[in-house]
Design a binder for this molecule. Structure first.
Ligand code: G6P
Length: 367
């Protein structure tokens, strides 16, 4: 991958479009298609001795941690804590043997995350790192390096690193599940097949770019935006809101759909667009019922769902974004695409500096 913009106006767009390739590239080093297994690099410790997982990261990488909590708890039945790195050390977290400390970082140099890693190591915790820069400080210091192969990410707002981090987090979750005896070979084979489908599904999501560009002016005109999602789509809602804040300077908040009635519903009127992330799956109906509560109060909704979801609930929405029908495990990797594209096109509509947003740095090396 060369470090130029190719045919794109901005690095961010180029990096969004690279996702089918770099996610496939990342998965290639974790999937064993012949054995129908998900493998990790060689390690010096035994995953079956892990009793608890502590994930620490900043910004977009911290949302990968939150999604990892859902996955690891579901698949491996291990308790998981997730912290933003700037809070982690100062609350004197409970650490000790049996803990796997996981840092997630594109750069491998973010000061707070690096300090958190050193804090965990000093407490005798076994550490792993989902890291994109293999020569970075964190990559050198973790006990187990779990590389992402996103290639250089230049746009300040993280995009392709995020989806690659999710792919590796899924691989870690599966390995913990197997080590803890919670996953049989047939179930693992299913997961391998779903993960293998993700690059094509990301590609299918990219095909809706034109539709997203066409609706960007509606969001660009808003002062505030609310993002809603349930389950793993709640951290994705946080990521959607962060992307809008970072590059389009629109105040946006991500909320767990069911939490909306405990506060943010008071903000809703016709001027606050509501973006609802609702892939098909066990939580779809609940999310849609939260969406209808908001619509009853005048909310203008953008619904992101698959064909069946849009057929069922898209009729009343102001706009819809159709995603391919995917297994819930890979939905976060696929639904990340429209929220990235929306933030990008809103920023371009507003004329902001997409690759170098004001006040932000690609890698924050001070606390
Ligand atoms: C900065 C970047 C974000 C990134 C965060 C964590 O704030 O602008 O895009 O998510 O740092 O960076 P890291 O390199 O640790 O993933």
């Amino acid at each position: 991958l060369s470090i130029d913009k190719g045919n794109h106006r901005h690095f961010m767009m180029k990096e969004i479009y690279e996702q089918p390739i770099v996610v496939a590239q990342t998965l290639r080093s974790y999937l064993r298609p012949l054995e129908q297994q998900v493998a990790l690099p060689q390690m010096e410790f035994d995953l079956s001795t892990i009793e608890r997982v502590v994930i620490v990261a900043c910004g977009t990488a911290s949302y990968v941690g939150m999604i990892g909590k859902y996955w690891i708890e579901q698949m491996a039945r291990l308790p998981v804590d997730v912290d933003v790195a700037s809070e982690f050390r100062y609350r004197d977290p409970v650490l000790g043997p049996g803990v796997l400390g996981v840092v997630v970082s594109q750069s491998g140099e973010t000061a707070d995350t690096l300090a958190a890693l050193r804090h965990m190591k000093a407490a005798g915790v076994t550490t792993a790192g989902i890291i994109n820069v293999p020569t970075s400080s964190m990559a050198r210091e973790v006990d187990l390096l779990l590389p992402t192969h996103a290639g250089p990410e230049i746009g300040v707002a993280s995009t392709k690193a995020f989806t690659c981090q999710l792919a590796v987090m899924a691989a870690l979750s599966v390995n913990l599940a197997r080590a803890k005896g919670k996953l049989d070979a047939a179930a693992e084979g299913e997961i391998v097949r779903h993960l293998e489908e993700s690059p094509a599904a990301i590609n299918a999501a990219l095909a809706h770019d034109g539709n997203i560009e066409a609706m960007a002016h509606i969001i660009a005109a808003a002062r505030d935006v609310l993002y809603l999602g349930r389950g793993v789509d709640f951290p994705l809602a946080l990521e959607g809101a962060l992307k809008l804040k970072e590059i389009s300077y629109i105040h946006a908040e991500g909320y767990a759909s069911g939490e909306m009635k405990h506060g943010p519903i008071a903000l809703i009127d016709e001027a606050v667009p509501l973006i609802v992330i609702a892939p098909g799956g066990p939580l779809f109906e609940k999310t849609v019922s939260n969406m209808h509560e908001a619509m009853a109060r005048g909310a203008k909704v953008v619904l992101i769902s698959d064909a069946a979801g849009l057929a069922e609930a898209g009729g009343d929405a102001m706009a819809t974004i159709e995603m391919p029908t995917v297994h819930p495990l890979i939905a976060p990797l696929v639904y990340a695409v429209p929220i990235q594209l929306l933030a990008y096109h809103v920023a371009v509509t507003k004329g902001t500096d997409v690759d170098q947003p004001r006040n932000l740095a690609k890698s924050v090396t001070v606390e």
